[in-house]
Design a protein around this ligand. Structure first.
Ligand code: AMP
Length: 145
């Protein structure tokens, strides 16, 4: 089997992200690959859009600022240059797939569970990423059963 060349790590910036990151870093090293990291911000309007007649733009800006600063911290902790950090707005599985294609990633690394997924066998994002991915997907087991 040939080595992975480009690995895309998807992180939700939760505490579990560090466990997933450790695996992705070790695979990057052993494959002599390039590691990219993506965090997707889900617009509040996706969840509450039609239901609450409210302008979310102020809160949304704040969420984006915080996510950006958390990702910058994360990247500096792991010495990831700026061009390998991606922060995008949308639905996680869609954005992860589309960046993986753009980068021609040959491996996507996600956590088996994150913010949404503890009630599910495989977190909803991990499941969504697995279906329809055009490369290998590694779901790193996090948390306990
Ligand atoms: P969840 O669907 O919340 O159980 O998350 C499972 C895994 O999907 C996480 O460990 C991350 O690897 C990935 N993930 C979830 N949400 C995001 C997000 N907003 N941006 C990037 N990756 C995510």
């Amino acid at each position: 089997m040939s080595n992975y060349k480009t690995i895309l790590l998807a992180i939700d910036l939760s505490d579990e992200a560090e466990e997933v990151t450790a695996k992705a870093l070790s695979l990057t090293k052993s494959n002599d690959a390039t590691l990219h990291v993506i965090h997707v911000i889900e617009p509040l309007s996706f969840a509450y859009g039609g239901d609450i007649p409210m302008d979310f733009s102020g809160i949304q800006d704040e969420i984006q600022k915080q996510a950006q600063s958390q990702l910058t911290d994360f990247a500096s902790r792991h010495q990831l240059p700026e061009q390998q950090q991606h922060i995008v707005i949308g639905r996680p599985e869609n954005e992860i797939h589309s960046l993986a294609k753009e980068l021609k990633a040959d491996l996507i690394v996600v956590g088996s569970h994150g913010r949404h997924g503890f009630a599910l066998l495989l977190g909803s994002t991990a499941n969504g990423v697995l279906h329809g991915a055009s490369c290998d997907v590694l779901a790193v087991r996090v948390g306990d059963d």
